[in-house]
Ligand binder design. Sequence first.
Ligand code: HEC
Ligand code: HEC
Ligand code: HEC
Ligand code: HEC
Ligand code: HEC
Ligand code: HEC
Length: 499
Amino acid sequence: MSEEKKRNIYFRNWMSVIGGILSVILFAVILFLFVLDFLDKGLNPYLGIFTYVVVPVFLVISLLMIPIGAWRERARFKKLGHVQQFPQIDFNNPTHQKIAFAAWGVVTLFLLFSMVGAYRAYEFSESVTFCGRTCHGVMGPEYIAYKNSPHAHVACVECHIGPGIDWYIRSKPSGARQAYLTLTNRFNRPIPTPIKTLRPARETCEHCHWPEQFYGDKEVNHKYFLPDETNTEWKARLLVHVGGAKPRYGQGEGIHWHMKVNNQVYYIATDEKKENIPWVRQINPDGKEEIFVEEKSGYSASNPPKGEIKLMDCMDCHNRPSHHFKAPSESVNEAMGFGQIDSSLPYIKREAVKALVGNYKSNSEAKAEIRKRLETFYREKYPAIWESKGKELQSSIDRVINIYNVNFFPEMKTSWKVHPNNIGHFISTGCFRCHDDKHKTAEGKVIRKDCAMCHAIIEQGKPELLETAVAGVEFKHPEDIGEEWKETKCSDCHTGELA
Ligand code: HEC
Ligand code: HEC
Ligand code: HEC
Ligand code: HEC
Ligand code: HEC
Ligand code: HEC
């Protein structure tokens, strides 16, 4: 028997043979999937996982089976008394030359494919498809809210990981842990916030937005509908004084100027969600320090609550830039404002909100129940409307169900209630966590609740009786509640369920 044949013998064992056959098949499968993925443009969330993670793992295992089988075979031969010999390679021998070229070709090809594969695996692990859709049960609520947000074209990793290799490496263990919890069905419902490992906002958000770039006011238009029979309309148009740190025009001013660069605001929250902030320290540009403490909280400047002192940043106001779960009254107002829910249907505001806040176990149950409730209401209370406006009613009901599907996730126990938005003060406490006239320094200076400080109301009232003034008008509450709106926080009454 020639030397070569003798060495080939080592590969003639079941393990190496199976490994070889499997490798060829799996390689062909990968090529096929690769072409599919190329044509598919990421439409199927599972294709990527198979092409770049699952199948390559099996390919590597089957490739490893070939030398392992040969090695075991060699050990067996050795036991039987065969002499151990290293292969003699002779490049003058034409057969050896051919084998060397072939081996070199195969290895190069394999390395090339591995590189493309590894790059695609990296790309895929960073993709919106992987983050948002592959684990759809878990990330469904965030993914759907994201798709409806101004950031729908910003990849998840831009905010959750950000640029640079260090955070990429830091993110992988927690990503792997999350994948494990998902596979074993042991994740939290809802996913708890604030996320403790989120990268500081200055390093992610400021990649695209930075305070020097903001200036002036932002106009915001709101339409409201009261829960009466005619769904009385009420408008409010605000100029929100967004301001900036170093605006191109004029002096720094407004919301961002104060919060970000010239002044620093530190605070201590007494709960995980940062809803209660009894202690605030402000450091002015000249270095002067002022400490505001909430009345009746029992704390003082020298006796702060336990807990970390945090420097306020983007996320303390913009905590839902991409995953805003809207409250029922807010989303019904919006849909009615755009005419997608017909405001000529009597009591539709009140009834739609009532239907949305029902206690449902799943989206399919909600779909059936919402339809049933609204149909029953109009059939029984307004038979004439039921007859004459059937089409409008049905399309309005469809819209209400759609509101439910993009804002309520009973399986993940997720809704506006567990993830309040801190950007205003209407439905969640937001700015009024500090700006309530009740956080005081020892000298009696307060964190102001002055309505004109953050925005000017330039239009307000019923559409036919609008008060308009460019300099701003005094707020008028749509329903007569006396001076109550000055004393009580809006969100104490407006929980989002009020029709
Ligand atoms: C514009 C930035 C941004 C983008 C883009 C973004 N997120 Fe988020 N995400 C956040 C912020 C901010 C939070 C809230 C952190 C907190 O409250 O601690 C958050 C929270 C979450 C949470 C925790 C649960 C919750 O609702 O607060 C999950 C899960 C999540 N994001 C998944 C995703 C996925 C999946 C994508 C892509 C489909 C994505 N995010 C895209 C900024 C972003
Ligand atoms: C990769 C770039 C990118 C990153 C990172 C990013 N954003 Fe944005 N952001 C955008 C784009 C694009 C828009 C849409 C602009 C538009 O509609 O004119 C936007 C819009 C916004 C708006 C205006 C929303 C509105 O209703 O008009 C806010 C507020 C905002 N981003 C806050 C944030 C915060 C907070 C973060 C960090 C958690 C962040 N962004 C991270 C690109 C980014
Ligand atoms: C004190 C709270 C607060 C902080 C801190 C804050 N913002 Fe804002 N930001 C606001 C408010 C309020 C608005 C107006 C939002 C609205 O009415 O929709 C706004 C608006 C914006 C807009 C939209 C601007 C426009 O003209 O449309 C962007 C972008 C933005 N913020 C990004 C950031 C970034 C990035 C940071 C961190 C560097 C940050 N903000 C810090 C409260 C804050
Ligand atoms: C952690 C506490 C805290 C939160 C939350 C907070 N602020 Fe402030 N803010 C302060 C302090 C402290 C001051 C300085 C005292 C004052 O001017 O009343 C201030 C001042 C301001 C000023 C005055 C800036 C100037 O030109 O003098 C504006 C505008 C402002 N905040 C807007 C907001 C808005 C809008 C929100 C909600 C999106 C908000 N703040 C949330 C602590 C906070
Ligand atoms: C610390 C800053 C601040 C103060 C003080 C403040 N607001 Fe606001 N207000 C905001 C912000 C930010 C928003 C969100 C703007 C938007 O709709 O995007 C808002 C929104 C509103 C809205 C629209 C609500 C909605 O979301 O539909 C009304 C109405 C309003 N404010 C009235 C008042 C009145 C009345 C006062 C005085 C009692 C007041 N605000 C004090 C910052 C402030
Ligand atoms: C004492 C409770 C109470 C307080 C405090 C209060 N409201 Fe109201 N608000 C009501 C009631 C009751 C209605 C009647 C309609 C309803 O049930 O929605 C209403 C209706 C409204 C509406 C129109 C209906 C809608 O779509 O929600 C707006 C806008 C509104 N309030 C703004 C505010 C703002 C802004 C503040 C804080 C400055 C505030 N309210 C404080 C009780 C309150």
